[in-house]
Design a binder for this molecule. Structure first.
Ligand SMILES: *[C@@H]1O[C@H](CO)[C@@H](O)[C@H](O)[C@H]1NC(C)=O
Length: 242
C-alpha cells in the first residue's frame, strides 16, 4: 500500500490488486497453475480453458525449465502435458484454439517420433525434455494465463476542519466504534463496511485513538450533530479519478 499525503487535509492511499492468484506461480508475464490429477490432453485443454487459461506453452529454454521445476517440485512421478499438438498436419505443432503455432522445441534424443503421437509431453526420464505422445494418455497438466493488469484503486480521505483549525466531528450517526492505530486503519475499516460513509477519529486514552464509523456524511447531517471537539477529526472519502 502506498500512502500519499497531498496536504494536511487530504490523505490518499493506493491499493494494487494481487497479480496472479495465490495457487499460481508467476514467470515472465504469465501465471501458471498446475493441475496434479492426471487427464488426457483434451481434458487438460478443457480444464485450463474453464479457468480462463490455456495449456502452458514454453517459448524459451528458461520458461521450459521454470515449468519443469514447478512440476517436479510438487509431483514426483509422471510426465506433464503442455499445449502443443500436430493433429492437423504431421510435424506442424499448434496450440489449441486461436493460440497459433508452437515455436520453441527442446526434444529428447530421438524425438519426435510419429504419426500416432500427436501431443507434446515433458518427459521425466530425460529430465523434462519434450516427447510426442498419444494424446489420450493420462498426464498432469499445467495452465498458463497472462498476468492480469494490476488495477490501482486510489482512495482519498478529506479531513474537514473548520475555522481556526478546530475540528468538528459528526455525532449521532455512529454505527461502529473501536480503537484504531490511525487514519489509515480507521479509513480501511470504513472502506470495508458497506454502510460507512464517513468517520471520526477521536483521541482516546494515552496513545489511543477511537475510530467511529458514521452512516452519513457531514453534508447530510443536521447542523446540531456537527460538534466542535478539539480531540476529534472528521474524514470522508473524496471521489477522485486516477
Ligand atoms: C444511522 O445510524 C443511526 C444510529 O447511530 C440510526 O439511528 C440511523 O437510522 C442510521 N441512518 C441511516 C441513514 O442508516
Amino acid at each position: 500500500m502506498k500512502l500519499i499525503r497531498l496536504s494536511g487535509f487530504i490523505i490518499c492511499a493506493c491499493f494494487y490488486a494481487e497479480a496472479c492468484q495465490p495457487v499460481q506461480e508467476t514467470f515472465g508475464g504469465s501465471c501458471y497453475q498446475l493441475l496434479t490429477e492426471t487427464m488426457t490432453w483434451d481434458q487438460g485443454d478443457a480444464a485450463c480453458s474453464e479457468m480462463g487459461a490455456a495449456l502452458a506453452v514454453p517459448d524459451s529454454l528458461e520458461e521450459h525449465q521454470f515449468i519443469w521445476e514447478m512440476f517436479t517440485g510438487i509431483v514426483t512421478v509422471g510426465n506433464l502435458w503442455i499445449g502443443c499438438n500436430d493433429r492437423e498436419e504431421e510435424g506442424k505443432w499448434m496450440q489449441s484454439g486461436e493460440g497459433g503455432e508452437c515455436n520453441f522445441f527442446n526434444w529428447a534424443p530421438g524425438e519426435p517420433r510419429g504419426v500416432y503421437s500427436d501431443c507434446i509431453q515433458l518427459w521425466r526420464l530425460p529430465n523434462g525434455l519434450m516427447d510426442d505422445k498419444g494424446c489420450s494418455y493420462p498426464r498432469s497438466v499445467i495452465c498458463e494465463s497472462p498476468v492480469p493488469l494490476a488495477v490501482p484503486t486510489m482512495s482519498c480521505l478529506q479531513r474537514y476542519a473548520d475555522v481556526r483549525s478546530s475540528s468538528h466531528c459528526l455525532t449521532g450517526h455512529v454505527i461502529k466504534e473501536f480503537s484504531a492505530k490511525g487514519v489509515i486503519s480507521c479509513g480501511s475499516a470504513c472502506r470495508d463496511e458497506p454502510r460507512c460513509r464517513s468517520f471520526n477519529l477521536r483521541r482516546g486514552g494515552p496513545g489511543e485513538m477511537i475510530c467511529q464509523l458514521n452512516n452519513i456524511t457531514r453534508n447530510e447531517a443536521d447542523v446540531k450533530n456537527i460538534r466542535l471537539d478539539n480531540g476529534c477529526k472528521y474524514f470522508e472519502f473524496l471521489m477522485l479519478s486516477v
